[in-house]
Design a protein around this ligand. Structure first.
Ligand code: ATP
Length: 234
């Protein structure tokens, strides 16, 4: 078990938005947090990382409690984060962005190199010298993920990887996510796009108004029409 979360609660000021979520992320797996806009997916990722005030009965990463641990230390333990708003340096090139992502610590596996990452993201390989501000949203999103991998994480929290990217890149993104898994990186992704989540994830955690409605195999979620209609309207 990489990530073990029990009874996670979070609030913005006085407004509570997570009401006791429990879920797990196993090594070698992709788990999707699925839910409508505003369900609490982003807040869940941020609460795990200590970016919003949170409480939990248990919040373990690689069997260590990370509750109250500063976010940069959680990253050093090997938990990467790719936020929705694509944190890349827009005035640096693709290669420079990747170099800027190098970190000490993280996984004990062989460290990522730009060359290895370019095999995962062929789109980026074709634009090594391009600056961030000359890339499309989807390309920036891929660079943001690649940069996080340079920190050598065991697991990545990936916020809405398919959002706002051109349809032609969605397939490339799905392939990259599956390739990351094949390379041994576990992924917890947040998605409103259930079709994307269904294409890549092994497990589904369905969140509705800050509560977990379902945690189980993706195939079981897809087969449960009543649950799908209730939680996503599809
Ligand atoms: P989206 O797909 O739109 O990102 P989400 O499922 O990730 O949705 P969250 O962003 O986690 O949802 O938001 C959960 C709830 O918390 C929403 O009701 C939202 O309005 C509220 N919220 C989010 N960020 C803040 C904030 N900084 N201050 C106050 N309330 C917030």
């Amino acid at each position: 078990m990489l990530l073990d979360v029990e009874n996670l609660k979070a609030s913005y000021g006085r407004a509570q938005v997570l009401f006791g979520l429990s879920f797990r992320l196993q090594a070698g797996e992709i788990t999707a947090l699925i839910g409508r806009n505003g369900a609490g997916k982003t807040t869940t990722l941020k609460a795990v990382l200590g970016l919003v005030p949170a409480t939990a009965d248990r919040l373990l990463f690689k069997d260590r409690s990370i509750l109250g641990v500063p976010t940069y230390k959680i990253a050093r333990l090997g938990l990467g984060y790719v936020p929705e708003d694509r944190r890349i340096f827009t005035d640096l090139t693709v290669e420079e962005n990747l170099e800027a992502g190098r970190r000490s610590g993280g996984s004990e596996r062989a460290p990522w190199t730009p060359e290895r990452l370019f095999r995962l993201f062929p789109n980026l390989a074709a634009m090594k010298g391009r600056r961030g501000n000359q890339m499309s949203g989807g390309e920036q999103q891929m660079l943001s993920i690649a940069r996080t991998l340079m920190g050598n994480p065991d697991a990545i929290l990936l916020d809405e990887p398919s959002e706002g990217i051109a349809p032609v890149l969605v397939q490339a993104m799905a392939e990259a996510v599956l390739a990351m898994k094949a390379e041994g990186v576990a992924i917890l992704l947040s998605e409103q796009n259930w079709a994307f989540a269904a294409a890549v994830a092994d497990k589904a955690c369905v969140i509705e108004r800050g509560e977990m409605r379902f945690e189980g195999a993706m195939t079981d979620f897809l087969g449960n029409e009543a649950l799908r209609l209730q939680t996503l309207g599809v």
